[in-house]
Design a protein around this ligand. Structure first.
Ligand SMILES: [Zn+2]
Length: 222
């Protein structure tokens, strides 16, 4: 999506893990929540995301992945972006049945270097344990272990239902099926984004931001 449209992807989970690895105060705090499969407090994530969005590579558009996750975060995001004369154009919900989602997420492989994701069965790398994109080594993140995925998904469903209503209220929400092969899902997503671009002023336009809110427990569907 980002390659096609020239946008930058901001994944709140990756921002958090980077901060955790760097040992910043917010990062240390975040790590305790991540390790337990719990959601990190709003204010910590908001700060990280907004700082990231202010950087030069984000000015043509961004895909927010895993954020906002609650109505409080969405409200704070809209307020902060309005001050910058930016906004969220589109909230995209990729709907995937729970059982399918569990299969996709549990055991998912992540590249240590570039954070690309793979799956041993659904999206295997060309060479086992090695990232196709950058040659980095692949591992199963703590929060992609099956038990933690289940716990996180329960929290996610509870907290994100109101978020869907928030974006549906002013017609920014688009629902799309996340079932099928990666290419098929991408084709559907592209149509939704292009249609949204024809409707509104923002897509080829200026300083607008985009939000991707997906059933992948806040992080993208595979
Ligand atoms: Zn990689």
């Amino acid at each position: 999506m980002c390659e096609h449209y020239g946008w930058t992807r901001i994944a709140s989970g990756e921002l958090l893990r980077a901060a955790a690895a760097a040992g910043t105060p917010a990062g240390v705090e975040a790590k305790a929540f991540l390790d337990a499969g719990r959601l990190v407090p709003d204010v910590v994530i908001e700060q990280l995301v907004l700082e990231r969005m202010a950087q030069p590579d984000c000015q043509t558009g961004v895909v927010l992945d895993g954020f906002p996750r609650t109505v409080a975060q969405a409200t704070a995001l809209d307020a902060a972006l309005a001050q910058r004369r930016q906004g969220v154009d589109l909230a995209l919900l990729l709907e995937v049945e729970s059982a399918v989602l569990m299969e996709r997420l549990a055991g998912r492989l992540t590249c240590r270097s570039c954070a690309a994701t793979y799956h041993p069965r659904l999206l295997p790398p060309a060479q086992e344990g090695v990232c196709d994109r950058c040659g980095g080594s692949l591992y199963v993140r703590d929060d992609d272990q099956a038990e933690i995925v289940r716990a996180r998904h329960a929290v996610y469903e509870q907290e994100t239902e109101p978020l869907l209503a928030y974006y549906a209220h002013d017609a920014r929400l688009q629902r799309e099926s996340g079932h099928g092969a990666v290419d098929e899902v991408w084709e559907r997503v592209r149509r939704v984004i292009d249609a949204a671009g024809r409707r509104g002023p923002a897509v080829n336009g200026l300083e607008k931001e985009r939000s991707d809110e997906s059933t992948r427990v806040g992080q993208t569907a595979l």
